[in-house]
Ligand binder design. Structure first.
Ligand SMILES: *Cc1c(COP(=O)(O)O)cnc(C)c1O
Length: 408
């Protein structure tokens, strides 16, 4: 149960006028402080007690603001939702137990059978799978358009199209969606727009300012930032988020209170981390671009990236992920991977530890080589998600592993 006006700081300087670093620490907190504790309490409960029958009726009949049952909300979660709303500049936010729970619940809340949706082809693999296969079981048709082909996107929209779903930047090539063009197309056809902004975070990009209707995040990545929890969020106008909230109560992909506390803690330092990761990724991208053993680097901060110009226009920073191809074969790639000492070999991104993945061996292991290559997932492609270590140490690790990769 949530009441907008119960947030006494909603109109205060903390929400309206402060900068992103201040908001990350303070926004959403109840300044009355339970037991004078400076940190937000973890309200570890599954249900909430009514004092008596009058208390029940105050809630059910007279709309008293309070909590009822764990699946419908939790005080620790509410603070995190308010903070994320302030950071993204959204009217409302709903948090989930994972990014995929946020994405699938949001999509299901918006469609019914005989609707049509449009999604771009390099969306997160599980999102694409959900839209193109699972939704069809319920009579929701999905058109997948090539990322960056705005003409195809415009043509794909039909009278029964509910929304256009895309991401920016995307995985693993860090393609950037032109949000101005997206809005033009959506406005012309009167359809909703959904952007998965996980790779950007509200530090680097604010899709709502471009007229996007709903922003989605896997908070598992930069927002929580410590590779220790899974969480997701949807943000946007109240009436849309409310539609999702209604379904969420039935779908039940809730986040638990302790996890929410960790999200809140992570959020306090998220702009510091992302600023550092932007800088480190830029240094690493420049190092790799000048390295003789590197075939190609994909980083939107580099002039060589096909979407560098759009990225500069709509982003404050270019993010902490650098994708690159090394010269050689799958054998060279494996040797490179096996020689790394600092970078952990693991999927995911956005945490304090630098992670590297070989999409061909991990996310696309079940594809044939031909299928993989058609998607641009080559034998020597890597995705590096920089952490907050010293950039020089990350670079030194990559350098020594590259040297070893060609040794017999
Ligand atoms: C990780 C990720 C997801 C899924 O989020 P989970 O928290 O793992 O469920 C969705 N979209 C993008 C872009 C991601 O990186």
């Amino acid at each position: 149960m949530k009441k907008k006006n119960e947030d006494k700081f909603e109109d205060s300087f903390l929400i309206k006028n402060s900068g992103i670093f201040t908001k990350s620490v303070h926004a959403g907190e109840d300044r009355s402080r339970y037991a004078d504790s400076i940190t937000t309490p973890i309200v570890q409960t599954s249900t909430y007690v009514f004092k008596d029958s009058k208390d029940i009726e105050d809630y059910t009949k007279h709309g008293k603001a309070r909590f009822e049952y764990g699946r419908y909300g939790n005080p620790t979660e509410l603070v995190a939702e308010r903070r994320l709303s302030a950071l993204e500049g959204a009217e409302d936010c709903l948090i989930f137990g994972s990014g995929m729970s946020a994405i699938t619940t949001t999509i299901l809340a918006l469609v019914k059978s005989n609707d049509h949706i449009v999604i771009t082809d390099d969306a997160y693999k599980k999102t694409l799978e959900f839209c193109s296969s699972y939704l069809q079981r319920f009579g929701v048709e999905c058109t997948i358009v090539p990322f960056g082909d705005y003409e195809a996107l415009d043509k794909a929209v039909k009278p029964n199209t509910k929304f256009i779903f895309s991401e920016s930047p995307t995985n693993p090539y860090l393609n950037i969606f032109d949000l101005v063009k997206l809005k033009e197309i959506a406005k012309k056809h009167k359809v909703l727009t959904l952007i998965d902004s996980t790779f950007a975070t509200p530090y680097n990009q604010k899709p709502l300012e471009f007229g996007v209707d709903l922003v989605l995040h896997s908070c598992t990545k930069y927002l929580a930032g410590h590779n220790d929890i899974l969480a997701g969020a949807v943000l946007g106008r109240s009436e849309l988020v409310e539609e999702v909230r209604k379904l969420h109560k039935a779908m039940g992909g809730v986040i638990d209170p302790h996890c929410c506390y960790l999200l809140l803690r992570g959020l306090k330092t998220f702009p510091l981390r992302v600023e550092k990761q932007n800088q480190t990724a830029m240094k690493v991208a420049r190092f790799l671009e000048s390295h003789p053993q590197i075939k190609k680097v994909y980083y939107p901060g580099l002039e060589s990236h096909p979407h560098h110009k759009i990225a500069k226009e709509q982003m404050k920073g270019f993010g902490g992920v650098v994708t690159f191809e090394i010269k050689g074969t799958l054998k060279t790639a494996k040797k490179f991977l096996d020689s790394l000492k600092l970078c952990y070999i693991a999927p995911s991104l956005g945490g304090v530890e630098t992670l590297i993945t070989h999409p061909g061996l991990v996310s696309y292991y079940d594809y044939s080589k031909k299928e993989r290559y058609a998607l641009g997932i080559t034998d020597t492609l890597f995705r590096l998600a920089v952490g907050i270590e010293d950039p020089e140490d990350i670079i030194a690790d990559l350098d020594q592993a590259l040297k070893r990769s060609t040794k017999k």
